[in-house]
Write a protein that binds this ligand. Sequence first.
Ligand SMILES: Nc1ncnc2c1ncn2[C@@H]1O[C@H](COP(=O)(O)OP(=O)(O)OP(=O)(O)O)[C@@H](O)[C@H]1O
Ligand SMILES: N[C@@H](CCO)C(=O)O
Length: 366
Amino acid sequence: MLKIKVPSSSANLGPGFDVFGLALKSIHTTAAPEASNASSALLELQVTISSSQSSSSPLNCEITCAGLGAESLSRAPDGNLITRVALYVLRCHGQHAFPSHTKVHIINGIPLSRGLGSSGAAVVAGVFLGNEVGGFGLSKDRMLDYCLMVERHPDNVAAALYGGFVGSFLRTLDPKDTARKEIPLSEVLPEPAGGEDTGLRVQEPPVGIGSYHKFRWTPEIKALVVIPDFKVDTAKARGVLPLQYSREDAIFNNQRSSLLPVLLSESPPDAAKISEAMRDKMHQPYRQLLVPGLAEVLDNLRPSSHPGLLGICLSGAGPTILALATHNFEAIAQAVIAILQRAQDIQCQWQVLQPAEGGAMVERVG
Ligand SMILES: Nc1ncnc2c1ncn2[C@@H]1O[C@H](COP(=O)(O)OP(=O)(O)OP(=O)(O)O)[C@@H](O)[C@H]1O
Ligand SMILES: N[C@@H](CCO)C(=O)O
């Protein structure tokens, strides 16, 4: 059996919209009662290819699901995001379907549509799955190209793939490859992905679509996440953003995103500077509409009022709130929850996570 494990991730960290991603995994400290139903913050696939099995499944792949949101995940190999992506990788190599009798058991520990990179993890898991069952031996750098054909902003997928605190950018490609990159998603991943077997090979992604750099992370900085019990669809959260920004707002974010990686690498962390460097004018102000209470959380929680807190932001497209902190996690979490609950009557869970340094990995069991 193969196990493919992919961490959750928090994108943006305030000013680094579509740039920063922090891969996250659970931390096994003494959990407060409120945090006792904490999730693993990990997506795991258990994959077997059984020659003795007699029944045949569509596209040779049988899917079972467990964990968070399992009931909502598609069991159809041409509908489930993970297996659709795997089929895309297989078809780029001339294989229409999975090897006979492939079984994929999905154990999802990442809450769906909460801003913790569930879709990025699913895309990375799908590329790993296609690579493993096809035996293609793709490098992680090449796998990033495949991921970026599906999820067009690099922050979550780069963090989930490489692990740790990562900055990434999309490269300017030559006109021929730009045309490839700009093709509609529905052509890369037709839905359903099965379609007619035309015998044609799907075109592989251009090489080197994106680049990344892994920054140092000071180990005493932990990631406290407060996860409200409602979903924000990333496509919708991108839809509320303006197409153009003022020079003032662009400079505001540039100034902060340029300094943030250095500030998060220093020990002891400088809370006053980090708090200011995590402010943003490109996405959070517009997403307040989708996350009631967000503006008040960002305005009211400061290192001066909440010892241990370094900085606070929306995690990815939300609605999760990410607080970077060194201690005093419960008090910070309860302060965030109180504000969110004043804004609307919702339940929240909270959890302390830490960087998942290794990123996505494959284990061979037995
Ligand atoms: N384990 C999974 N298996 C199959 N599909 C998944 C899985 N995880 C996520 N998805 C798909 O991704 C969708 C969620 O993607 P969306 O971009 O809205 O949220 P997110 O990735 O959790 O948030 P963010 O991008 O802000 O971090 C789900 O509705 C589902 O279609
Ligand atoms: N950078 C992305 C992350 C969410 O997937 C966004 O904020 O829209």
